[in-house]
Design a protein around this ligand. Structure first.
Ligand code: ZN
Length: 303
């Protein structure tokens, strides 16, 4: 494996070993049993790290309320990544027209209407509305494993349209939230390095849309609001972000009316492990067959 950093070769290798299953659309492939086994075992290691934190555990569906997406102004910054759910609202004649268009191979999207749900673009979004009101003295801490959607069709295997993030969210005073983020940055790095991955942390920015977005990204970097942990998967020069650590300041606190016990607007932070990307980094680094992975890596994943 060493030395080859070609997306197609890596993708073909994942397919050949039954790790992923092509479905005819880029970035939406299925996952084989071995791939899932590694993913679940890595997720269990993260749970172990978090054991003494006693975070509340939630699970959300892959769709969220469209009103939440609108309220956090997602479309101001990321219109290019959004996936809204559209359905059919018509009667008999419109249904006939719709089927005819589909069967003739004509475009049919204009015959659908927008629904109340959108694909969830960030694992933590469903949580913030539930924080509204006054937080307990110690703040809140929540963890989730959610499916996330981004409209980024690509043949590069680490750029998926749909993937899972093991996410943690913290709300509280700025001091509580920042100390927690820094603790997790160290935990995340140590975990990946212990699994033999050449991981390093870097200040990062979100993929904001357009020219205005460039300014937002510069500002985000200047204030060190976002860190990513990077591991080479496809490119040594441009390693893949496998975790991100985000300090939102009072953004969600203001949007959803979240307050600390002393009446101030709460700060929030979140962090996410991109589970498929971490699994791919393991296959990229240690080879396509987990039986042949270094003993100290195997010991941790298959204790
Ligand atoms: Zn998040």
């Amino acid at each position: 494996m060493a030395g080859e950093y070609d997306p197609q070769t890596f993708y073909d290798g994942l397919v050949r070993h039954g790790l992923i299953v092509p479905v005819g659309v880029p970035g939406a492939f299925g996952r084989g049993a071995v791939f899932e086994d590694v993913l679940e075992r890595f997720n269990a290691l993260v749970s172990q790290l978090a054991r003494d934190d006693h975070a509340e555990v939630y699970t959300f569906p892959p769709v969220i309320s469209r009103a939440v997406l609108e309220k956090v102004k997602y479309l101001d910054s990321f219109p290019h990544l959004c996936g809204a759910v559209y359905s059919f609202f018509g009667k008999e004649p419109e249904a006939k027209a719709l089927a005819a268009r589909v069967n003739e191979g004509q475009p049919w999207g204009d015959l659908l209407g927008i629904t109340d749900v959108v694909m969830n673009p960030a694992a933590c979004y469903p949580v913030y509305p539930s924080f509204s009101g006054t937080l307990p003295q110690a703040g809140r801490q929540v963890t989730m494993l959610n499916w996330v959607y981004r409209h980024e069709p690509s043949n590069e295997p680490t750029r998926m349209q749909s993937f899972r993030v093991r996410e943690f969210v913290r709300a509280g005073t700025p001091a509580q939230v920042l100390a927690w983020r820094d603790l997790w940055l160290q935990r995340g790095l140590s975990l990946l390095v212990a699994l033999g991955l050449p991981a390093r942390a870097e200040v990062a920015a979100d993929p904001f849309f357009g020219r205005g977005g460039k300014l937002l990204a510069i500002n985000q970097k200047d204030q060190q609001l976002k860190f990513e942990v990077l591991v080479p998967v496809i490119s040594a020069a441009e390693p893949t972000a496998v975790c991100s650590f985000n300090f939102h300041q009072e953004h969600f606190g203001t949007t959803f009316g979240i307050r600390t016990p002393d009446g101030h607007t709460a700060s929030t932070a979140c962090l996410g492990f991109g589970l498929e990307r971490i699994v791919m980094a393991l296959f990229r680094t240690h080879g396509f067959d987990p039986e042949g992975w270094p003993a100290q890596v195997r010991r941790q994943l298959w204790p």
